[in-house]
Write a protein that binds this ligand. Structure first.
Ligand code: C2G
Length: 129
């Protein structure tokens, strides 16, 4: 059983999110998602997500490619999360390229290319206009 772990906010769920989750899942047998809590998102991005953590958890849990969702409360706890979830592979988008190489002692670390031309911010802007 090969466990893949990935992290993110996944706010205003879009095709770039689905692409990375499906590609991550295809690298193993089980996909675990560490979902940024509302408070962590606030500290990371200076704004609260559009959708609450409870809503974002439900959206992710309903996807076929996602097996388990847990809340990520801080970047500093990443090593503990990876050990707890028994991660074989950590997958992140390449906007995080190199940032998580320190965990190569406990799992493989893979950065997948981001889907071009889409982001939560771009979607929000498009709706605003
Ligand atoms: N993503 C992507 N293509 C896009 C947009 C996002 O592949 N067009 C990927 C990101 O690279 C990330 C995942 O989707 O791997 C989730 O994106 P965000 O919700 O923006 O995640 P972020 O807030 O960067 O959180 O500890 C790390 C952080 O929690 C990552």
């Amino acid at each position: 059983m090969k466990t893949i772990v990935t992290f993110g906010t996944f706010d205003v769920f879009h095709i770039g999110h689905l692409n990375i989750l499906e590609r991550a899942r295809s690298l193993g047998d089980r996909l675990v998602v560490g979902l940024s809590s509302d408070e962590f998102s606030w500290r990371k991005k200076g704004r609260y997500p559009v959708f609450s953590e409870g809503e974002r958890i439900r959206l992710l849990e309903a996807l076929r490619c996602v097996d388990v969702v847990f809340l990520e409360h801080s970047l500093e706890e990443k090593r503990r999360y990876l050990l707890e979830q028994e991660a074989d592979v950590l997958v992140m988008g390449d906007d995080w390229q190199g940032k998580f190489d320190e965990f190569q002692d406990i799992c493989d670390v893979v950065y997948l290319p981001r889907t071009p031309s889409i982001s939560t911010t771009a979607v929000i802007e498009k709706i605003r206009l």
